[in-house]
Design a protein around this ligand. Structure first.
Ligand SMILES: *Cc1c(COP(=O)(O)O)cnc(C)c1O
Length: 333
């Protein structure tokens, strides 16, 4: 496994910290809970997309691209971090935002990630719900190509085999930290959406024989579809890396019981998780991904799925800037 073979532009503050959460662990009374702080990757308030865009933007530069396109939901963290990476590298950025939630609140439409997209100089187009957003983006890319500009289009969430390399790299980084700290974890938990994080991690963990089971907490698709998406992408990552048969279908496990009404709509358990993390560890989760991932972690501790005497690692994938887009569902003074 040699990631140095793949072009990469350093954009993140890496390695991210690996920290114990004593007050959360005590509150739940179960396992010892640790956190890998990928909310601290630095780029424009950080988050998991930084690791992916390090590899994606290197591909864009190698292609001679002058404009980067991406797409996502209105409060997309991926769009924001792509816009930031483009700004840093002196490229233009154009984003298609899908209205996936039906929220019309001014903060949702203009604050949080959307505000930062604009500050980084990205241009934005909106789309209604339910379209094939990657197809919409490719059509817009053609428009730029016809104008004589070289576009580089990044799939939603940056989740192709190139972007997922960022999370193979995260597995490598994590294993090093575990060895340095003499730390053994029994389980690892992450939010899983467009699948790149989950797929990259599972390839890295299995290739390194980490013997660390990974659980993805879904934020959109049902369990079967989510696991199939992650497995398919993991196989593409293996192929890109020249590996074979490293990840088996059984290694890919998702729990999609914490989605609530749907993507981007926080459930009661999401809001509770955000509040618990903020009050016990002063860690800010987000209402779309890490809040749902943490809701799963908390519930599975309460139910005894993760037990006393075990050590569990939660990957914080970032997104807290999105809180300012969700003031209408968050507690008010
Ligand atoms: C995109 C995102 C995720 C999910 O990662 P995927 O690679 O899309 O599965 C989790 N948390 C945050 C904050 C994100 O922005």
């Amino acid at each position: 496994m040699n990631l140095a073979r793949f072009p990469r532009i350093r954009l993140g503050h890496l390695p991210t910290p690996l920290e114990h959460m004593p007050r959360l662990s005590a509150l739940l009374g179960g396992p010892e809970i640790w956190i890998k702080r990928d909310d601290c990757t630095g780029l424009s308030t950080g988050g998991n997309k930084t690791r992916k865009v390090e590899f994606l933007m290197a591909e864009a530069v190698a292609m001679g691209a002058v404009i980067v396109l991406s797409q996502g939901a209105t409060q997309s963290n991926h769009a924001r971090q792509t816009a930031a990476a483009a700004a840093k590298l002196g490229m233009d950025c154009h984003i298609l935002l899908e209205d996936r939630t039906g929220y019309n609140e001014p903060n949702y439409r203009m604050n949080g990630n959307v505000l930062l997209d604009i500050l980084h100089g990205a241009t934005i187009e909106h789309r209604g719900p339910g379209l094939d957003m990657n197809a919409e983006m490719m059509a817009v890319a053609e428009r730029f190509r016809a104008e004589g500009r070289v576009p580089y289009a990044i799939v939603g969430g940056g989740s192709n085999a190139t972007g997922a390399l960022g999370y193979v790299n995260c597995a490598l980084e994590l294993l090093g930290q575990m060895v340095d700290g003499g730390l053994v974890f029994d389980h690892m938990v992450t939010a899983t959406g467009s699948a790149g994080t989950h797929a990259g991690l599972i390839v890295g963990l299995r290739a390194l024989n980490a013997q660390l089971p990974l659980l993805g907490i879904g934020v959109r698709a049902p369990k079967d579809a989510q696991e199939a998406n992650v497995f398919r992408l993991a196989q593409a990552v293996e192929e890109k890396m020249g590996l074979q048969g490293v990840v088996s279908r059984d290694d890919v496990v998702a729990n999609c019981d914490y989605i609530g009404q749907g993507y981007g709509i926080p459930a009661e358990s999401t809001l509770e998780a955000i509040s618990i993390f903020a009050k016990t560890e002063a860690i800010l989760l987000d209402p779309v991904y890490s809040g749902k991932g943490a809701a799963g972690l908390i519930d599975l501790c309460r139910k005894g799925h993760f037990k006393k005497g075990q050590r569990v690692l939660f990957l914080h994938t970032g997104g807290a800037i999105g809180l300012t887009g969700y003031t209408h569902v968050l507690p008010h003074p």
